[in-house]
Design a protein around this ligand. Structure first.
Ligand code: PLP
Ligand code: TYF
Length: 390
């Protein structure tokens, strides 16, 4: 039976970790996989998370089952951070805890596949390489559209709108809430409003992937566009990850919210989510979400978390400024946001940077900006400059 299975390529982003690790050169630079790194090049456990974990260790009295919804106090507290006060109180919106943002996306895909409409999911190209397989494996049709002007290295909003011309009423449009992976591009407030008008006029359903809240401009700023969209649209979905903004990566912490057209419709939506979650993973892992719940329910821990997150965001933006000023071809990076930027270089250049300079990135030319330190910006630019357009 198993001899009918084909060989499969490894995850191109995760493969970079192994290649970098195996390189003995001391001045090697890892701008591959998307994890935040500090000025020392490490990805520490955040102070508030350590404190919350210590509290859980001493005070948690049971690890008995919670249920397919996971820790509802976690999800409801997180709704205030992600959705804001008004939407968090909206009874058309229902949410449950998921294993990371990936679990939220997969649960969203299974929910969409359960509807009579079985919508096509529209994703921008390029996007996070896991997006299309997540929806495709759930049996949905995935269509892609343009939005990125590679020559300018920036968002082309008209291209985005034109690319969605073929979307039918009821189709789903996947949007990155902030900190676009891999391009770092973002809609401005006016474009989010235009998007909201378009979605309503054409009966499209937005699915917002919010995996980097707080790492672009700030917690509220990074969610503002999504909130405006949810306020306008009758139906929407939000797949949320706490794995970057709480640095919980391997703990797998996330949530899915679904906005139904009425509180009555939100009831079967929730029941369906619970049935689907039971057959996917039964219940989500608890520990990371419990730590987030502890942080969000304690004013001092919350303030501590937000201060550390702000520091991370500021470090990324300082590096963005340094890169943008270092070379004209990198100027858009200073205006863009989040961990990622897509360099205007080809695969050959990526290979040369790896072989000659021990600089590691995936073949797409995407860099994780937090993989740089202020002192490695200059050698990075020196190695990169010959490959950049004039
Ligand atoms: N969405 C995007 C755009 C991402 O870059 C990631 C990164 O991992 C995820 C979702 C998934 O997050 P998680 O690690 O919580 O599954
Ligand atoms: O894009 C990234 O680098 C992050 C981390 O299968 C990641 O989103 C990469 C690949 C993957 C899961 C997470």
């Amino acid at each position: 039976m198993f001899d009918t299975l084909d060989r499969q390529p490894p995850d191109a982003l995760l493969a970079v970790i192994g290649m970098h690790r195996a390189d003995p050169r001391p001045d090697k630079i890892d701008v591959g996989v998307g994890v935040y790194r500090d000025e020392t090049g490490t990805t520490p456990v955040m102070g508030a998370v350590k404190a919350a974990e210590a509290r859980l260790l001493s005070e948690q009295v049971s690890k008995s089952y919670l249920g397919a919804e996971g820790d509802q106090t976690f999800t409801d507290s997180l709704a205030h951070v992600a959705l804001g006060e008004a939407l968090a109180a909206d009874s058309r919106i229902t949410g449950i805890q998921t294993p990371g943002g990936t679990g939220a996306l997969r649960l969203a895909a299974e929910l969409l596949a359960r509807t009579e409409r079985r919508p096509t999911v529209w994703v921008g190209a390029p996007t996070w390489p896991n997006h299309a397989p997540i929806f495709g494996e759930a049996g949905l049709r995935v269509a892609s559209h343009g939005y990125f002007d590679a020559a300018r290295g920036d968002l082309d909003f008209n291209l985005f709108v034109d690319g969605l011309t073929g979307a039918q009423p009821g189709d789903v449009v996947l949007l990155h809430g902030c900190c676009h992976n891999p391009t770092g591009t973002a809609f401005d407030a006016a474009q989010w409003q235009q998007l909201a008008t378009m979605v309503v006029a054409r009966g499209l359903v937005p699915l917002v992937d919010l995996a980097y809240q707080g790492l672009g401009r700030g917690l509220a700023e990074d969610a503002a566009g999504m909130r405006a969209l949810l306020t306008a649209a009758p139906e929407a979905l939000v797949a949320y990850s706490c794995d970057k903004n709480f640095a919980l990566y391997r703990e797998r912490v996330g949530a899915l919210w679904v906005q139904a057209p009425s509180p009555a419709v939100a009831v079967p939506v929730r029941e369906t989510l619970l049935v689907l979650a039971r057959s996917l993973w039964s219940m989500p892992p608890d520990h990371g979400a419990a730590a987030v719940r502890e942080i969000l329910s304690d004013a001092a821990l919350s303030a501590d978390w937000q201060a550390e997150l702000t520091g991370m965001c500021e470090r990324i933006n300082a590096l963005r400024l340094a890169l943008g000023q270092a070379h004209p071809a990198l100027a858009p990076i200073a205006r863009q946001q989040g961990l990622f930027a897509l360099l205007p270089i080809d695969r050959g250049a990526v290979r040369q940077l790896r072989e000659r300079h021990a600089i590691y990135m995936p073949d797409s030319g995407r860099i994780n900006i937090a993989g740089l330190r202020h002192e490695t910006v200059a050698p990075f630019i020196d190695a990169l400059a010959p490959h950049l357009p004039l």
